[in-house]
Design a protein around this ligand. Structure first.
Ligand SMILES: CC(C)(COP(=O)(O)OP(=O)(O)OC[C@H]1O[C@@H](n2cnc3c(N)ncnc32)[C@H](O)[C@@H]1OP(=O)(O)O)[C@@H](O)C(=O)NCCC(=O)NCCS
Length: 320
């Protein structure tokens, strides 16, 4: 990035930090902008009012990342300094649509145009909607110690919650696949031919390398629910989406269909939250699909609240 632009970004980032933190103290400072596929898009002709950078990401078929989104992603990073960002964002999204229209790879089906937007930055929402973007998924956050209201449903008697071990590989893999299948209803996941094998390999590695970060709930000796957490060392890929601190990522949560609504999920997450607090985790992040009717109310009751919304157009040229 040329130094003139770098200086503009530095100055913009200071203003954006102030704005973001007045909206939500759990947002990070804006990161340096990525190297874009083209020079930055400038908002409303004013070089210093705001800009955006488009990055093209090709997600390899042999990675689990392709199960959690499109194979080709066009990601727009936006920095705007105004209190009301709507006109400038509208302008940037118009320019972005023109840019994508000139990209042959954006015409393919397995593509997404993505803007990660601070959930509480509501003045941008009309522009995102007007350009055909949909709120697909949310990154939610729970700061350590956040209290959970008392449960109205007591967990079933005899529920045992224990750390999973490498010997639990089959059942942990099966429960993890349950989330992949359920989230597919909302576009949160896109099951691929390789997904089953990749989930199993990832689970095997996690159980071996990170003992104590996967929990099973058992009823009469039968595993009925699962929670998987990435400790800070494994969660670095997402930690910069919140303020600095020891950040974990709650990667997976599943209760078997016939066992839901009876307090098992809440009992498991209560215990996991308490263990994360005891281990010195400052912030825990997780994803949920915006229209998942089970997980949205569940996570809000469990102390997690929206931090970012991923707005997507799929395929990418649905963007208007
Ligand atoms: C989300 C999920 C883990 C919740 O587990 P659960 O054992 O059903 O949750 P609980 O019974 O402990 O319910 C906790 C709260 O969530 C709400 N809730 C959960 N399931 C509900 C249901 N089927 N009907 C009504 N409310 C429900 C209730 O408000 C309940 O609050 P309460 O304790 O005040 O009654 C479970 O529904 C699930 O596995 N869903 C499919 C996979 C999924 O969505 N995973 C999360 C991906 S982000």
């Amino acid at each position: 990035m040329p130094w003139v632009i770098r200086d503009v970004v530095k100055d913009l980032n200071k203003a954006v930090t102030r704005r973001w933190h007045s909206l939500d103290p759990l947002l990070p400072e804006p990161s340096d902008l990525p190297e874009g596929c083209a020079p930055p898009l400038l908002a409303l002709g004013e070089n210093s009012n705001g800009l955006a950078v488009c990055r093209h990401e090709h997600v390899a078929a042999d990675t689990l990342a392709q199960t959690w989104g499109a194979a080709t992603k066009f990601i727009l990073s936006v920095r705007l300094r105004e209190t009301d960002v709507n006109p400038a964002l509208d302008d940037l999204l118009t320019q972005w649509r023109e840019h994508l229209a000139g990209q042959p790879e954006a015409e393919q089906d397995d593509t997404a145009a993505i803007v990660n937007w601070p959930a509480r930055d509501v003045t941008g929402v009309p522009a995102l909607l007007r350009h055909g973007l949909q709120p697909m998924s949310v990154v939610a956050v729970r700061p350590a110690g956040r209290p959970i209201p008392a449960a109205s449903t007591a967990p079933p008697e005899g529920l045992v919650i224990r750390p999973a071990s490498p010997a639990d590989l089959d059942v942990v893999t099966e429960l993890e696949m349950g989330v992949v299948r359920y989230d597919a209803h909302f576009g949160g996941s896109i099951p691929r031919p390789a997904t089953g094998a990749l989930v199993r390999a990832d689970t095997q590695a996690a159980l071996a390398q990170r003992p104590g970060w996967t929990w099973l709930a058992e009823q009469d000796g039968r595993p009925v629910a699962l929670t998987v957490v990435e400790p800070p060392a494994a969660a670095a890929w997402i930690a910069n989406m919140t303020r600095p601190g020891a950040t974990a990522y709650l990667q997976n949560m599943f209760v078997r269909p016939g066992e839901r609504g009876g307090g098992i999920g809440a009992a498991l997450v209560r215990q996991v939250n308490a263990e994360l607090d005891a281990r010195g985790i400052d912030l825990t992040l997780l994803h949920y699909a915006q229209v998942n009717p089970l997980s949205v109310p569940f996570w809000h009751q469990m102390g997690y609240r929206p931090l970012w919304t991923a707005w997507e157009a799929r395929p990418a040229l649905v963007l208007r």
